[in-house]
Design a protein around this ligand. Structure first.
Ligand SMILES: *Cc1c(COP(=O)(O)O)cnc(C)c1O
Length: 355
């Protein structure tokens, strides 16, 4: 199957081969060294500020989101949640569950967040945003958001789960206190590990806050991380894959070359569908995904035909968008030739009036 979903995505050969062994025992100096290098490489790729730390949780991306809400925020916070789709909604639900005071800023599906929507919220203390709202494919105006947070001394927590390595992200420039990502998006490893980078501002909060959980405790993860270990058994092979992937990216010149590769794959796809009855949903699409509204046929049927007749996975949307939106991912090991196979399939479907 050719996989154009938004994760898990196709991995490069050398990353796949890392996982083809029994997991090695991990309470060893060798694995500690790998983990210390993972932390260092992740912080370097994010351009994290001096004094930052990173931890690796054996949990999907949502685990990292929940751990940030539980460990970094406190009852004293007044949180802004940017909600422009199902991932923004997830942050709102986490604040609700963990009893944080929050204000939701709702964005219309696929529409850019404006400065005007934030006015009146200057007295808040933290802001949660999904840099790329993967459900609509919209990339938020992070410069504006970061500026707003800087001006008002608001702690910025960025869910970059589908943005890291796909769109430009500089943690220092954004002045972000925390940046999270996952193993199965543009990192293109197996699903199961989420990564959390923490600037000194977030580290201080984690230290000062009372511990409220065990498995997702960032304090515990940080303490163990000093010696390159994790509190509990981690997804060892995925962490080895991440190490391989980081090394590859750094040896190819860092995030820039990876972002440029993905953006070219996205551009080629968008160019290829110009004459097809598919409308791009977001105002400002990310490089990672193109969300599309089919103009003449249902999204579900298109997803089914691609899967069953062409051996191609694209992503259906959920909820009330299930039949009106589908998403084509550009992350993972996708080549121009793969893109061409998908575009040819879509053209053929159009000619036979099935698109
Ligand atoms: C994929 C994704 C997540 C996390 O999803 P998991 O299934 O928990 O890995 C969170 N936020 C965004 C923006 C995502 O794209």
């Amino acid at each position: 199957m050719l996989n154009f979903t938004v994760g898990p995505v196709m991995s490069p050969e050398d990353v796949i081969s890392v996982a083809g062994v029994s997991a090695p025992y991990f309470r060893t100096p060798e694995f500690s060294k790998t983990m210390l290098e993972n932390e260092e490489m992740f912080l370097k790729l994010l351009n994290a500020p001096e004094g930052s730390r990173a931890v690796f949780l054996t949990a999907s991306g949502t685990g990292a989101m929940e751990s940030c809400v539980m460990n970094i925020l406190s009852d004293k916070d007044k949180v802004i949640v940017i909600n422009g789709g199902s991932f923004g909604e997830r942050f709102a639900m986490l604040c609700r569950l963990h009893r944080k005071k929050y204000t939701e800023v709702k964005c219309e599906f696929g529409k850019q967040l404006t400065r005007g929507q934030l006015s009146g919220l200057e007295d808040h203390t933290a802001l949660l945003i999904n840099m790329h709202e993967t459900s609509s494919g919209l990339l938020y105006d992070m410069k504006m958001v970061s500026q707003f947070c800087k001006e008002n001394g608001i702690l910025l927590i960025v869910d970059a789960i589908s943005a890291f390595l796909a769109d430009e992200l500089d943690m220092t420039e954004l002045n972000a206190a925390a940046v999270l990502t996952g193993s199965q998006k543009a990192l293109a490893c197996q699903p199961g590990v989420s990564l959390v980078a923490l600037a000194p501002e977030a580290l201080k909060r984690i230290n000062d806050n009372e511990e409220v959980c065990m498995y997702l405790s960032l304090k515990d993860a940080l303490i163990n991380g000093v010696r390159g270990q994790t509190p509990f058994t981690p997804a060892v092979t995925i962490l080895l894959q991440i190490h391989k992937r980081f090394e590859d990216i750094i040896s190819c010149g860092g995030t820039k070359s990876e972002i440029s590769r993905i953006s070219k794959v996205a551009e080629q796809f968008r160019e290829g569908i110009r004459d097809l009855p598919l409308m791009i949903v977001p105002e400002n699409p990310s490089n990672a995904v193109t969300a599309l509204t089919p103009l003449s046929k249902g999204a579900k049927e298109i997803v089914r035909i691609l899967k069953e007749e062409y051996g191609i996975w694209v992503c259906p949307n959920g909820g009330d968008k299930a039949d009106s939106v589908l998403r084509v991912g550009h992350i993972g090991h996708i080549t121009y030739e793969d893109n061409k196979v998908l575009l040819d399939a879509l053209c053929e479907m159009y000619i036979s009036k099935r698109l």
